[in-house]
Write a protein that binds this ligand. Structure first.
Ligand code: HEM
Length: 404
């Protein structure tokens, strides 16, 4: 099928603020649409739920960027660091994926994560203690960002004092907007990040502690279950995946509630609804938007459309999660919604490793904000929230007022 690619207009503030009208048009226009996505890349968007679910467990669709035909995809990664950047589980297929994921899966089981509850609550309360007396806050910088950064840093054993540096490098490494990222900026950011992680590993090698970093070092040095590139790539992935999306879940969730006072009231009146509400925030406006990339290892037919070998296939979870064939009244935020099998954490072998942690943090963060900040209201018009353009979505700022 020859289609003119649709441009996702990341330069248009109206689209960045609210992409859902265009998402809807794309879904209604067909199950597979060619589109120019963030970074100016050409992709085949899978827009409907059932097709998305099937594509996410289709072994012909690879997670390894080296299976992509578009040379820009690999070229935009810093040249000297390609191997180490591509050696993480998110970008691997079995058997490497299976081996790498197994190394850390025990640390992220629902049971292990539940043990973190008191500590996550303590960090949450401490952050809110700082803002409560003022009666106003910028909830991203003051709260939604430092909470998951602190939690993942503690879990891994990364010194919290270093967070400003690694946040800056991570920001430089993220693809956003319409234009391809600047390779020089990315190169420099990765060089610094890699040097930082190498030094951190050296320190932990000489002083092991009861943290994930030390456990991974032992898997590398004593058991030879991963190589040094993979070790660095793993720590980087866990550190970055461990906070960047969760900030967006907390920010988008609170923004959605402030835009829907009836749902806010329901949740305040019945905090038991919180677990369902978190799933609904993920479905309604999830942090990964429009979705999850794969590369066609061979020519593949998806919903009757032939996708050529090497094509980038973007399983558009954020579009599929509003598919009326799967969700009733899908454009409505409904914190009482049940049977919410959204795709915001993906599906299949790469299903988000950190989902139990993200849910715990989202639950505690939003629940505590509702309990401790009465009369919560936006301090700016909703159009001024400044949403992050690109493959990750969430408000970059969330100024609010409340009763101190
Ligand atoms: C994978 C979303 C939080 C670690 C994924 C995937 C998605 C996702 C969609 C699948 C990607 C794919 O199939 O290619 C999210 C969202 C989060 C979140 C929406 C927050 C609301 C976290 C946290 C961690 C984490 C807190 C903690 C370390 C990972 C890892 C993978 C992953 C390691 C790769 C799993 C694999 O390849 O097997 N995440 N994530 N995520 N996530 Fe998350």
């Amino acid at each position: 099928m020859s289609q003119q690619p649709v441009l996702l207009p990341y330069g248009d503030p109206a689209f960045v603020t609210d992409p859902f009208p265009l998402y809807r048009q794309l879904r209604e226009a067909g199950p597979v649409r060619r589109a120019v996505i963030a970074g100016g890349l050409d992709a085949w968007l899978v827009t409907r739920y059932e097709d998305g679910l099937a594509a996410l467990s289709d072994p012909r669709l690879s997670s390894d960027i080296r299976d992509a035909a578009d040379p820009r995809l690999v070229a935009q990664l810093p040249e000297t660091e390609r191997e180490s950047m591509m050696s993480n589980m998110l970008r691997s297929d079995p058997p490497d994926h299976t081996r790498l994921r197994r190394l850390v899966s025990k640390a992220f089981t629902a049971r292990r994560i539940a043990e973190l509850r008191p500590r996550v609550q303590e960090i949450t309360d401490r952050l809110l203690d700082e803002v409560v007396p003022a009666g106003r806050a910028e909830l991203i910088a003051d709260f939604a960002l430092p909470l998951p950064v602190t939690v993942i840093s503690e879990l891994l054993g990364v010194p919290l004092d270093d967070r400003y540096e690694f946040q800056q490098w991570t920001d430089d490494l993220l693809v956003r907007g319409e234009r391809p990222p600047d390779p020089a900026v990315m190169n420099e950011a990765w060089r610094r990040m890699r040097a930082y992680l190498t030094k951190l590993l050296e320190i932990r090698r000489s002083e092991p502690a009861d943290d994930l970093l030390s456990a991974l070092i032992s898997a590398r040095d004593d058991e030879h279950r991963l190589n040094e590139d993979e070790l660095i790539a793993m720590v980087f992935l866990l550190l970055v995946a461990g906070y960047i999306t969760t900030v967006n879940l907390i920010g988008s969730g609170i923004a959605a509630l402030l835009a829907h006072p009836d749902q806010l009231r329901l949740l305040r009146d019945d905090p038991e609804l919180l677990p369902d509400a978190i799933e609904e925030f993920l479905r309604y406006d999830g942090p990964v938007s429009p979705g999850i990339a794969r590369f066609a290892r061979e020519e593949v037919e998806i919903a009757g459309v032939s996708v050529p070998r090497g094509a980038t296939v973007l399983i558009a979870s954020a579009i599929a999660d509003r598919d009326p064939a799967r969700f009733s009244d899908p454009d409505r935020l409904d914190v009482t919604r049940r049977d919410n099998g959204h795709l915001a954490f993906g599906h299949g072998i790469h299903y988000c490793l950190g989902a139990p942690l993200a849910r715990l943090e989202g639950h505690i963060a939003i629940g505590t904000v509702l309990r401790r900040l009465p009369d919560l209201a936006l301090a700016v018009p909703p159009a001024d929230l400044n949403w992050r353009p690109g493959g990750l979505r969430g408000p970059l700022r969330l100024p609010v007022t409340f009763k101190p």
